[in-house]
Design a protein around this ligand. Structure first.
Ligand code: SAH
Length: 249
């Protein structure tokens, strides 16, 4: 006979595979027993082989970052499945594979000053934090910026600064940045972000329409010119704020 808890877990996985998030079946008691570290290791092993991750520092950061503490309690049981999860305010934390890939594409170095647009849960910033000197991250939903700031502080990430606001205009007082990572999709590359990238710097950014195709790009600034390389098709939440208002004018 299948144990009821086992059956529940199996159903949860099936529902996730079908694209439906089974919020109601993730009870706190169910998750309390789970061995988070072992789950995280298992997930990272899978990511390394499936996505051919090569940067050992990035792999170590993925192993050490407690994703389950960055997601709401209702979905905590699924924190180490390679899937996006809801974080409230109609936003999602990206799938771990996309976080690992984008982090690797950024080529983080210990002396780098990095800008993130779209703090969300704070998880991507936490993955980056041990790999660089400082992460500046901007989130347009004030409640998300506040909760990300709180969890990052509680977990002891001292080199991450979180600001509530529209990331379209970047963070001019801290520019230029060695790299910029954008985790929401504008319909075109925001010019202020290009300006705030240092010569030789890299930007990893999804670009596309809200319901249309989106593509992940790596931009490099070489002798003042932007060189754009397309990586793969992706699905991100849209960049909101000024860029959308400009579009409707
Ligand atoms: N990096 C996040 C994923 C966030 S999803 C994580 O690790 O959890 C994308 C986020 O971008 C959402 O929280 C959304 O509110 C935010 N966002 C959308 N438009 C924005 C803008 N113009 N400036 C800053 N943040 C924005």
């Amino acid at each position: 006979m299948v144990h009821p808890t086992g059956l529940k877990a199996l159903l949860a996985v099936v529902w996730i595979v079908l694209g439906v998030c089974p919020l109601s079946c993730a009870k706190e008691n169910d998750t309390a027993e789970l061995d988070w570290e072992a789950q995280r290791d298992g997930m990272v092993d899978m990511l390394v082989s499936r996505w051919d991750l090569k940067d050992e520092r990035v792999i170590a950061a993925m192993r050490n970052t407690p994703r389950h503490l960055f997601v709401p309690e209702e979905v905590r049981a699924y924190a180490y499945l390679d899937t996006p999860l809801p974080i409230g305010h109609e936003q999602t934390i990206s799938a771990p594979s996309i976080v690992a890939l984008m982090t690797e594409l950024l080529k983080p170095e210990p002396e780098h000053i990095v800008l993130e647009v779209g703090t969300g849960s704070g998880y991507q910033a936490a993955v980056l934090a041990p790999l660089v000197k400082h992460v500046y991250t901007i989130e347009i939903v004030e409640a998300l910026a506040n909760s990300a700031r709180n969890i990052l502080r509680r977990l002891g990430y001292e080199n991450v600064s979180v600001r509530a606001g529209d990331g379209y205009r970047g963070w001019p007082s801290e520019a230029p940045f060695d790299s910029i990572i954008v985790t929401c999709a504008p319909n075109r590359i925001p010019e202020p972000l290009v300006e705030q990238l240092r010569e030789g710097g890299r930007m990893v950014i999804p670009v596309g329409e809200e319901k249309g195709p989106q593509e992940l790009y790596v931009l490099t600034k070489e002798r003042g010119e932007i060189v754009k390389r397309s990586v793969l098709p992706v699905i991100f939440v849209p960049m909101r704020g000024e860029i959308q208002q400009q579009k409707s004018q």
